[in-house]
Design a protein around this ligand. Structure first.
Ligand SMILES: Cc1cc2nc3c(=O)[nH]c(=O)nc-3n(C[C@H](O)[C@H](O)[C@H](O)COP(=O)(O)OP(=O)(O)OC[C@H]3O[C@@H](n4cnc5c(N)ncnc54)[C@H](O)[C@@H]3O)c2cc1C
Ligand code: SF4
Ligand code: SF4
Length: 610
């Protein structure tokens, strides 16, 4: 008999671990439209079972909260019960001995405040508001509401051209999105309940790469109405495409040499090849809208003059101003803003970083893009300095991993203090102050200066990627409402107080994503059409295949592969590899067709036109 022994998991523990994993998947795939009161009850039950039960508030209080919420669900509560839930949760929050109990109570408090109406709906009418609105998760999560199950079923039948036509009904940039969309559609995919979410973006790319071309575009008869679009980025071009399809006479004004906005002057070619972008824009231009490049509105042409010449205006100017660090030495030679550098690359002016030490400041996707571009431009070393922890970066985890694989070094918890210059005024080093992960604010620990000396990071070039601002001054001077630099538009894109002026994309939301900008362009097109006195409908007219019943067994998700880092880090050629036919067939076969096997009001339904 030994004093100590090595613990091994027994069968029950192993099974519990597996069940935890299943539960994690189910929480990840929690679809929009689920009953929030029911979810609160389930979460609370888990929290209660995780409490040690040594203090009364936690042991008794959480149990009492469970009973009260159950009464709401059973229809035996009255309106006073909601107040009682709030008071009890507040009391447990304040008095529980440890963070486990108080956090569980805080969650209940958050819920009572956040979805009080749902509690009251259960009490007054014995039903759930959420159940009235249960959309297909992937369609709902895609800001442009692309018919995902529809196009996946077409891909599975080998009808890629039809799949692309169906996507274009809601999103005129399928090839672009197939490569760089941040795919929010996958976040709540119900296939996660079985194994992993469907690779929706990858399948979109496959469809575009196998699109043999469809029938020519047919636009509606001319309406005689003129629309000006300010900004030739994804939002402006989406609006221009749909408005031209509706028969309106559209002109896009773009201040740069070429169309594309941040698709050309931001996203590097190794993620979005210029030929793909040019082809996609070329297709949109078949609808016949006019383009005036190198024309800045507010400078070369005044907004008032557009007002006189056009019946409606869509403002989609994006977010192109660089943000400064605001530290000493930022005026040094060799300190370059990310926006400035990517803009040069967009116009095919490649900076020469051969043999140089490059330091990047920032932790977002833009920081990763400039860091990885610097590697491809021949830098000897690329170091990313970030003031928070690596896991708190806003960059996508795969972008951070990719940058590291490309050879970038990430220095976390390092806040920039000043830039050291040499005698000629050139940036020579970034001085940073090490940080400590402090109190959690907004879900991330706030960095606070650590009690350790400053660190000197030598550099020849310093790339600043700490966000973008909006050049909205001229629009504000004209009378368009501006709030903290952003153009203020309503949820239907109208600008209040300015009849006939609409706005959307990054200039309204702040720097966001391509698909959100596209969705804003689509919404603006529909509402501008109505404003002009029409109600044109956009539809794809693509018959869908019959539903299949062979998707039951857990099966691995097909992930996208990339060219080896040793090869890709030397060029700007596309980094990601597409799916093979075999992979696309397997992946498309995993879709559960929630549009058919759905629940709530969506059963069997789809939005065929808008
Ligand atoms: C480096 C980088 C990488 C990114 N990577 C991704 C990604 O991988 N996935 C993703 O989804 N999103 C990504 N984004 C974000 C995405 O590019 C933007 O959210 C999107 O392009 C916004 O579209 P938009 O049409 O609103 O604005 P923009 O694309 O910025 O287009 C606005 C256009 O308006 C023009 N303009 C501005 N002012 C005027 C004026 N006064 N007169 C005439 N024209 C004017 C600009 O020149 C520009 O062409 C990235 C952004 C950057 C900077
Ligand atoms: S456009 Fe983006 S969010 Fe929409 S379905 Fe495609 S990958 Fe998903
Ligand atoms: S299984 Fe298919 S239909 Fe259901 S959410 Fe995922 S992609 Fe959409």
């Amino acid at each position: 008999m030994s004093r100590l022994s090595i613990d091994t998991q027994n069968r029950a523990q192993r099974t519990v671990e597996e069940l935890y994993k299943d539960l994690e998947r189910r929480i990840t795939a929690s679809q929009p439209g689920l009953c929030p009161v029911d979810l609160a009850a389930s979460f609370l039950h888990i929290c209660h079972s995780q409490s040690c039960g040594k203090c009364t508030p936690c042991r008794v209080g959480l149990g009492r909260l469970e009973d009260l919420i159950q009464m709401v669900l059973n229809g035996t509560a009255d309106e006073g019960t909601v107040d009682l839930i709030e008071e009890t949760a507040q009391s447990v929050y304040m008095t529980a001995d440890c963070a486990i109990g108080s956090e569980a109570a805080r969650m209940v408090l958050k819920g009572v405040k956040g979805f009080r109406d749902d509690y009251l709906e259960h009490i007054r009418h014995g039903r759930c508001m959420g159940l009235q609105n249960q959309p297909v998760p992937c369609v709902f999560q895609c800001p442009a509401h692309v018919d995902v199950p529809g196009y996946i079923s077409l891909i599975h039948e080998g009808r890629c051209a039809d799949a692309v036509r169906l996507i274009r009904k809601d999103n005129p940039f399928p090839s672009v999105c197939g490569l760089i969309c941040e795919h929010p559609c996958e976040v709540r995919c119900r296939r996660t309940l079985v194994d992993d979410p469907i690779n929706i973006r990858g399948l979109k790319r496959y469809a575009c790469e196998h699109d043999a071309g469809g029938p020519p575009l047919v636009t509606a008869p001319p309406t005689g109405k003129r629309v000006a679009v300010i900004g030739g980025g994804p939002s402006g071009l989406s609006a221009a495409f749909y408005l031209s399809m509706m028969g309106h006479d559209v002109t896009v004004f773009e201040q740069r040499k070429k169309l594309g906005g941040m698709l050309r002057y931001g996203i590097p070619a190794y993620r979005l090849p210029r030929e793909t972008l040019d082809r996609e824009i070329g297709y949109l231009r078949q609808t016949g809208f006019a383009v005036e490049t190198e024309t800045s509105i507010g400078k070369d042409v005044m907004i008032q003059s557009l007002r006189e010449r056009f019946d409606a205006i869509y403002v989609a100017i994006g977010a192109h101003n660089d943000r400064k660090l605001g530290i000493e030495g930022e005026d040094g030679e060799g300190v370059i803003s990310a926006v400035e550098m990517l803009r040069m690359i967009g116009d095919d002016v490649m900076p020469d970083f051969c043999g140089l030490d490059v330091v990047v400041v920032g932790g977002g996707n833009v920081a990763m893009d400039v860091a990885r571009s610097a590697v491809r431009l021949g830098a000897k070393s690329v170091t990313v300095a970030y003031r928070r922890r690596k896991q708190d970066m806003t960059a996508l985890p795969e972008e951070v991993e990719g940058a590291m694989a490309d050879g970038c070094e990430i220095l976390e918890m390092m806040a920039p203090v000043r830039i050291e210059k040499d005698e000629e005024g050139r940036a020579a080093a970034l001085i940073v102050q090490p940080q400590l992960a402090g109190p959690v604010e907004g879900g991330r620990p706030k960095p606070v200066p650590a009690d350790t000396p400053e660190v000197r990071i030598p550099c020849d070039r310093l790339l600043v990627a700490v966000g973008q601002g909006i050049d909205s001054r001229k629009f504000g001077e004209y009378g368009i409402p501006i709030v903290r630099g952003k153009i203020k538009a309503l949820d239907w894109s109208g600008v209040s107080g300015e009849d006939g002026i609409f706005a959307g994309g990054d200039c309204v939301t702040g720097p966001a994503t391509v698909i959100r900008a596209i969705a804003a362009g689509k919404v603006a097109a529909a509402n501008i059409d109505n404003y002009l006195g029409f109600n044109h409908e956009i539809e794809a007219d693509v018959p869908l295949p019959r539903i299949r019943f062979d998707d039951h067994h857990p099966l691995g998700r097909i992930n996208m592969k990339e060219r080896p880092a040793s090869e890709r880090r030397h060029d700007f050629k596309l980094m990601e590899c597409g799916m093979t036919e075999e992979e696309a067939m397997q992946e498309s076969g995993r879709c559960l067709h929630c549009d058919h096997f759905g629940y709530g009001i969506f059963k069997g339904g789809r939005v065929a036109k808008w």
